[in-house]
Write a protein that binds this ligand. Structure first.
Ligand SMILES: [Zn+2]
Ligand SMILES: [Zn+2]
Length: 393
């Protein structure tokens, strides 16, 4: 079966590259994927695949196999781009200033259309159903996945497994990165306002210095990571924005801070929220000031179902060779695929898209990110193979 799928994948490669380049050239921001969705629908129509609109700019499509079975597998691609000005000098560079497919979602969408095409031509070889999730808004909270789930994509018929893939530029093309169990982090945004009483820098005794209070808070909160988090629960707290905005001799009235909190355990996540809030507010009060501590919840952590991931790994080893399947490290970035993984058996793996010889390897979310397009024979075929194996073909 691997050989048959490979032949299909190679035959459609040129068309899928064209699709990927079209998407890359016309990126749209999160939850504004109108043209992208229209394009995907037109491609599905060409293949005779039934679809319905969900999550405003999302699409749920369905391919039914001809053999008897009730198994249902979902394959997911995200479609949104980022507010980045592309710097790649390629003929298919973004035509929209300050919008770019810098996270490879053009690749994910094109690849899933390729998989759909292969599956359609192999309908006599499998039973059950393959649901295709083309989702909006992965990059922006609350995440398009929440809208997809709200609109019932996991039900009617109920999905037995959800599979997703992501471009990984630090992995050479041809390689697949995979990890079972906890794989990616939950992500919460933290907004802190430390309120003191500003005045002349020469007379701190007459003021309440929010800069010193904020400094204590920053250091103290790290104790939550190093002294309170279970050593087995990866936890990260980073404050990337601290604004005091006084002057050499001016103590400001307040300090604003913004940071990110990441974890891989929902119970600990709640507990950490409570402890951070308590610690920050009580430190500020003990020093004569006040602290407003606001947490905006982001995505949950992403867990790859062990049994399903073992199966996916085996498929990958059969498709690309065991040497080309690597153990993926825990990654403290967040992905809204995590929402599917919290509600169904799910597996999210990484496709190497880097190529050192061709100079392709810029990080995700940078203006020079690109992929080695030859990945499209592998990515379309591997996902097809995973789906067919899961459906018992
Ligand atoms: Zn991204
Ligand atoms: Zn992404």
């Amino acid at each position: 079966m691997v050989d048959e799928i490979r032949k299909h994948a190679e035959a459609i490669y040129g068309d899928i590259v064209t699709i990927r380049r079209h998407l890359h050239k016309h990126p749209e921001l999160s939850f504004q994927e109108y043209e992208t969705a229209a394009f995907v629908k037109s491609q599905l129509d060409l293949l005779g695949i039934r679809w319905r609109a969900v999550a405003n700019t999302g699409i749920l499509a369905e391919i039914t196999g001809e053999l008897p079975s009730h198994t249902v597998i979902a394959l997911r691609a995200d479609m949104d781009a980022l507010p980045i000005n592309e710097q790649n000098d390629v003929p298919y560079a973004s035509v929209h200033p300050n919008i770019m497919h810098a996270c490879g979602h053009d690749f994910h969408t094109a690849s899933l259309l390729g998989t759909a095409r292969i599956l359609t031509s192999m309908r006599s070889k499998f039973g059950g159903k393959v649901k295709l999730f083309f989702q909006p808004g992965e990059e922006v909270i609350p995440g398009g996945a929440t809208h997809m789930i709200r609109d019932g994509v996991l039900e009617n018929p109920k999905v037995d497994a959800v599979i997703g893939q992501h471009a990984m530029p630090h992995l050479e093309v041809g390689k697949i990165g995979i990890r079972k169990g906890k794989a990616m982090a939950s992500m919460d945004s933290i907004f802190v306002r430390v309120i003191g009483r500003g005045g002349h820098g020469a007379q701190p005794h007459a003021n309440v210095d929010p800069v010193v209070i904020a400094s204590h808070i920053i250091l103290a909160l790290q104790q939550i990571v190093s002294r309170m988090a279970h050593p087995g629960d990866p936890t990260v707290l980073s404050f990337g924005k601290v604004i005091a905005n006084g002057a050499i001799n001016v103590i400001p009235n307040e300090v604003l801070m913004e940071g990110t909190f990441r974890a891989m355990n929902e119970t600990w996540r709640e507990e950490a929220h409570r402890r951070m809030t308590k610690m920050a507010t009580e430190i500020a009060e003990s020093m004569g000031g006040r602290c407003e501590f606001n947490i905006q919840r982001g995505y949950p952590f992403l867990i790859n179902n062990e049994k399903l991931t073992d199966q996916v790994r085996q498929c990958a080893e059969e498709y690309v060779g065991a040497d080309n399947v690597v153990e993926q490290d825990i990654w403290m970035a967040a992905e809204d695929f995590a929402y599917y993984s919290q509600q169904a058996d799910a597996c999210f793996y990484f496709c190497g898209v880097g190529n050192q010889k061709k100079g392709i390897g810029s990080s995700l979310h940078t203006p020079t990110f690109n992929i080695d397009e030859s990945v499209l024979t592998l990515s379309t075929g591997l996902m097809t193979y995973i789906a067919l194996k899961r459906l018992g073909s």
